[in-house]
Design a protein around this ligand. Structure first.
Ligand code: FPP
Length: 260
């Protein structure tokens, strides 16, 4: 009960902080693309004596709120790391829980996301995912294909190195077929062969839960991103935390190798 009231008081404290935090945000200097490594679900659950699955379920709630916040702020692209190529190493039961959560989430949220003009783009090698998950992901992608609001990339069975290798293979195949010359390859051409083709690169990468790693995430696209780390576990991350990250981002001097 004590823990519960602590959770609630934290939630309301953060809710109270939102208007103040919003005032600190310069709406003309928002990041165009926010990338997030949703980390700390397991530790959040463990800290509360709950099973890891409860952490993932709470993490899905956070995701719902962060998508809502990005729509409100009119951020162009949100990319979340939901399942990496390395996450298959987890116990089968946990993998099943994560896949089921994705199915459940899309079944419940797709209509509302479509209404909010969100374009859902699964990125990664979806082939090995369970059939049910693939079905819901393809349905979500097709239903929202022509939407013009927030682009929501959900990275599943995603690995940054693999993405780069696949892009290199696709370009190599075009060269073999004499549709392109090696000399034609530019950074823009290369980027056009990635899952994020046509999208601005992430300018802000958020990693909660205190880890300071990139974990094979968007390796090409993050070249000039500003990193924001926080010790807050993903299930405790919320709109106020997102606003703090954006306020911090807006204080950075982005020089791209040049001078201020
Ligand atoms: C990292 O926490 C989290 C994941 C590997 C999964 C994130 C997935 C979700 C929040 C659900 C995705 C759902 C949808 C709808 C896209 P961890 O388990 O590694 O936590 P730990 O490091 O504390 O153990």
């Amino acid at each position: 009960m004590l823990k519960f009231s602590h959770l609630f008081s934290r939630f309301f404290k953060d809710k109270e902080d939102e208007p103040e935090l919003l005032k600190q945000i310069d709406r003309t200097k928002l990041p165009q693309h926010v990338a997030i490594i949703m980390d700390g679900n397991g530790r959040w659950a463990q800290s509360k004596g709950l099973p890891r699955s409860a952490g993932h379920r709470a993490g899905v709630e956070t995701l719902r709120n962060i998508i809502e916040a990005c729509v409100e702020l009119e951020i162009k692209v949100l990319t979340v790391y939901a399942f990496s190529t390395e996450n298959w190493k987890r116990p089968e039961a946990e993998v099943r829980i994560l896949m089921n959560l994705i199915v459940e989430y899309l079944r419940k949220e797709l209509d509302e996301m479509h209404r909010q003009n969100i374009s859902i783009r699964p990125i990664g090698n979806l082939g090995p995912l369970p059939e049910e998950a693939k079905k819901e992901l393809f349905r979500a992608r097709e239903t929202t294909r022509n939407n013009t609001g927030l682009i929501f990339n959900v990275a599943l069975n995603y690995g940054g190195r693999k993405e780069i290798v696949e892009a290199a293979k696709a370009i190599g195949a075009k060269i073999e077929a004499k549709k392109m010359r090696a000399d034609d390859i530019t950074e823009d051409i290369f980027a056009g062969h990635l899952f994020t083709a046509g999208q601005p690169d992430p300018d802000l990468l958020i990693r909660p839960s205190g880890e300071l790693r990139i974990s094979n995430y968007l390796l090409w696209q993050l070249a000039y991103a500003e990193f924001y780390y926080t010790g807050v576990y993903w299930p405790d991350f919320n709109k106020a935390e997102l606003l703090k990250a954006i306020a911090d981002f807006q204080k950075r001097s982005r020089r791209y190798g040049g001078l201020a």
